[in-house]
Write a protein that binds this ligand. Structure first.
Ligand code: XMP
Length: 509
């Protein structure tokens, strides 16, 4: 079954992912396509609707991104946003000019009608960010919104189902902007919103069976959200032909290894091989203090262990990976690719010659979580904070030893337990304890102590690229500190990191 599809034609705007998120939130499947591939993709997927994004160029610049005029004659509804609106105007015979005043920020707007603004308050606030604007309408269009400085804040040609907005409905500052996008999807394109978790699961199970048949398939399961959901989905499709390898490098959080084993082997009855490789990793890490070196060692050892185990299984043809949509979009740009390579620890051997099964390639993180819940994976696993591939290897600062990992595991478990008790777990994007290679003097009872200091980190973020420290209330911090110092032997001091990213990174190494 083909899902209803909206194609988002990318002209380089900064909010493109946000547009896709809004469409998906309305349970409509969408994909972002570079403008140069627009026509090709439209012919391939036959979308029910098209959205043009904003972009940094001026449509009047030589060589600015453009679009073939025939796209407007296909009878498919089109919504142009910002640059996309200007491009619509210019391509259809209107014109675009630079006004005296650039419009930027929250702006009062008046909507004067049209399907797009059904049930939207006539006088409202929108988010403007443009230097050019439409100054002459193309034939057949009427104006449907205006601001003080922008007489054509929206236009439409109802007969041809063409709509254009100078402002950005996808950003939160546009009051009822989400409603405007929904009106485009449901009033103009007449979609039903058929992209739900259960329809996704049914479709994928069928497609995975088609792809894999009765061939043996392998999955490197880390216990993280993406690999867990991918593994359970593939297991639902092919059952015992899937084998999961879980490499326990001894750098996991408290109880994590046992939890993974219990959930996937016992509850889901999956073939799971747990490789207890703690000693191997620790002996390779002995005496190493440089963070990048530690990352490299852990990454390489991980690949070696995985290879050894998979060889034992014989003929394997497919490999499951938990790639998700933001990874796919990001890997399209050079800059993002550089950031990613730094985080590729835990990657798999490139020369294994296995075909990939990537069942989550089209999904955003929140959709992956919904699918995971629908598949019956426990909530605490689905809403886990991100955890880096090298694990405690980069949270025990300096040399990694078993003793230090044990201390950190205990402190970290208390920290996260108290955050959950205080109802903060889901408000924070990532929270963890670190163990600097620092001992400080303390006094407990009548005795002087000389023990480790623990650092606490709590960050709010959407993607880990930037973030702010989360202001945990002092009482909660006090409880955490008291419990850690009382309950974790070898710790006599707790400090709280109040640095954002930038200038700090989220991890301390
Ligand atoms: P930083 O410390 O770079 O972290 O601000 C951003 C996000 O990436 C995670 N991180 C890693 N993940 N391998 C991973 O798989 C790594 O080597 C690595 N280093 C950092 C970090 O936990 C945060 O979510």
């Amino acid at each position: 079954m083909k899902h209803e599809t909206v194609l988002i034609i990318d002209f380089g705007g900064q909010y493109n992912q946000l547009i896709a998120r809004r469409v998906r939130e309305a349970k409509v499947y969408c994909e972002i396509v570079p403008y140069k591939k627009a026509m090709e993709k439209i012919k391939e997927v036959k979308p029910e609707g098209i959205i043009f994004t904003g972009g940094p160029s001026s449509v009047n610049d030589p060589g600015a991104p453009d679009i073939q005029a025939e796209i407007f004659d296909l009878g498919i509804p089109i919504l142009g946003i910002c640059y996309g609106a200007q491009l619509t105007a210019k391509t259809l015979g209107g014109s675009v000019a630079k006004p005296e005043k650039r419009e930027y920020g929250k702006t009062e707007i008046n909507y004067t009608g049209g399907k797009l603004f059904k049930d939207v308050d006539k006088s409202n606030i929108c988010w403007m960010s443009h230097t050019d604007q439409i100054d002459k309408l193309p034939e057949g269009f009427t104006i449907t919104a205006a601001t003080h400085d922008c007489p054509v804040a929206a236009m439409e040609n109802v007969d041809k189902k063409l709509y254009a907005l100078q402002f950005h409905p996808e950003v939160e500052h546009t009051v009822q902007g989400y409603k405007i996008i929904r009106n485009f999807l449901f009033e103009v394109c007449a979609l039903s919103g058929d992209f739900t978790s259960d329809s996704f699961i049914d479709d994928k199970v069928r497609l995975i069976r088609q792809q894999v048949g009765d061939k043996k398939t392998l999955c490197a399961l880390s216990g993280g959200v993406d690999s867990s959901v991918a593994a359970v989905l593939v297991h639902k499709a092919i059952g015992d032909n899937l084998t999961c390898i879980f490499v326990d490098h001894g750098l996991l959080r408290k109880n994590e290894g046992d939890d993974v084993e219990r959930i996937f082997r016992d509850e889901f009855s999956m073939n799971l091989i747990r490789v207890n490789a703690q000693e191997r990793f620790l002996s390779k890490l002995a005496g190493v203090t440089d963070p990048e070196r530690k990352r490299k060692i852990i990454g390489e050892e991980f690949i070696r262990v995985f290879e050894e185990e998979s060889k034992k299984l014989g003929d394997v043809e497919f490999l499951v990976q938990g790639t998700i949509y933001p990874d796919v979009i990001e890997s399209g740009t050079d800059e993002a690719a550089v950031i990613k390579s730094h985080h590729n620890v835990g990657g798999l051997p490139e020369d294994m010659k296995l075909s990939l099964v990537e069942p989550l390639r089209e999904l955003f993180k929140d959709e992956v979580r919904n699918v995971g819940l629908e598949l019956g994976i426990p909530e605490y696993l689905i809403f886990r904070h991100p955890f880096p591939g090298p694990g405690l290897g980069i949270r025990v600062l300096g040399e990694v030893t078993e003793e230090k990992c044990d201390i950190l595991r205990e402190a970290d478990a208390i920290y996260r337990e108290e955050l959950e008790k205080a109802g903060l777990g889901r408000k924070i994007w990532q929270a963890f304890a670190t163990l600097p290679d620092v001992k400080t003097v303390g006094v407990m009872g009548d005795e002087r102590t000389y023990s480790y200091m623990v650092g606490l980190r709590a960050i709010t973020s959407t993607d880990g690229m930037t973030g702010e420290f989360y202001p945990i209330p002092y009482e909660v911090l006090g409880t955490i500190s008291t419990r850690i110092v009382n309950e974790v032997k070898g710790v006599n001091r707790v400090v709280y990191d109040v640095t954002g990213k930038p200038p700090a990174t989220i991890e301390w190494e």
